[in-house]
Design a protein around this ligand. Structure first.
Ligand code: PTJ
Length: 252
């Protein structure tokens, strides 16, 4: 990935992430609309001050507790997720003993395979998704395609950058759904069991950090952590932070 963005540019990190997405498009990892989704995420991240608020940190801890309690936790990965956080998702999967499954909105067998190879290159073992043999109930469209061993039988599913319908369908199947979504107003954010309103590049390593700490904690305590979470209240707190950023913005 060649880039001429100067390191001292005030928006260096953000611009480099854009380069990463552009490169991922050229390599056929993301769908072209993935760039638009990324831009929407950038706008919401701006309102967060591009840092993890306390409430997102708390949500990441609750999410880690759910994953540790799960019998069959699965991390669902789409093109944007792999472009931005492949190695980080592999590390999280190791920390909570989760499977990884590629599941796409704009599905093509070729892109699924490319994403599986990318996750394997990042250290992922037995990444699922290339041979779907089951469907998420109540969903039309290719995004319903999943595997029996993975998403279909999962009790807890992590869905970063998910679409609202599939989140709803997974909940209807009785699963605990953990969303990572910078937009607190999205149907996914509002519907999920636990929503981490944070950038995936910060949220997944943060979940891994919490999981490593919580792996030493007994089951009762993990259950208490999950039961104490109120997702609606979490979203309200994030929106307050965004509104505060807007109302406190001053002009020189
Ligand atoms: O690879 P595919 O075919 O599965 O397609 C993936 C995309 C992301 C294109 C597809 O799922 C899609 O269209 O998603 P949406 O409906 O645009 O939802 C994406 C959500 O993720 C939006 O609410 C964005 O604000 C949010 N988002 C974007 N970038 C990030 C993000 N959330 C966290 N971290 C980000 N970096």
């Amino acid at each position: 990935m060649a880039s001429n963005i100067p390191k001292d540019h005030p928006r260096y990190l953000s611009l480099m992430t854009r380069e990463r997405m552009a490169d991922a498009l050229k390599r056929g990892l993301i769908h072209e609309t993935g760039l638009i989704a990324h831009g929407r995420g950038e706008a919401f991240d701006y309102l967060l001050g591009e840092k993890t608020p306390d409430v997102a940190d708390e949500a990441a801890r609750v999410a880690a507790a759910h994953l540790l309690l799960a019998k069959n936790p699965v991390i669902s990965m789409n093109g944007n997720d792999v472009a931005l956080a492949a190695a980080e998702a592999v590390e999280l999967a190791g920390a909570v003993n989760a499977k990884i499954e590629v599941n796409l909105f704009h599905r093509s067998p070729e892109r699924v395979s490319r994403l599986v190879r990318e996750l394997e290159a990042a250290g992922g073992k037995g990444v699922l998704g290339e041979n779907p043999d089951a469907l998420v109930s109540g969903l039309s469209h290719d995004r319903a395609m999943c595997t029996t061993d993975g998403i279909h039988s999962a009790d807890v599913v992590l869905v970063p950058l998910e679409d609202g319908d599939r989140c709803k369908a997974l909940l209807k199947m009785g699963k605990t759904v953990i969303a990572i979504d910078l937009n607190p107003l999205s149907r996914t954010a509002r519907g999920a069991t636990v929503t981490i309103v944070d950038n995936i590049v910060r949220a997944i390593p943060n979940m891994t950090r919490h999981a490593k700490i919580l792996s030493r904690v007994d089951r009762e305590t993990l259950l208490e952590i999950t039961h104490a979470w109120d997702n609606e209240e979490g979203l309200r707190r994030v929106m307050e932070i965004m509104v505060q950023h807007l109302s406190q913005a001053s002009f020189p």
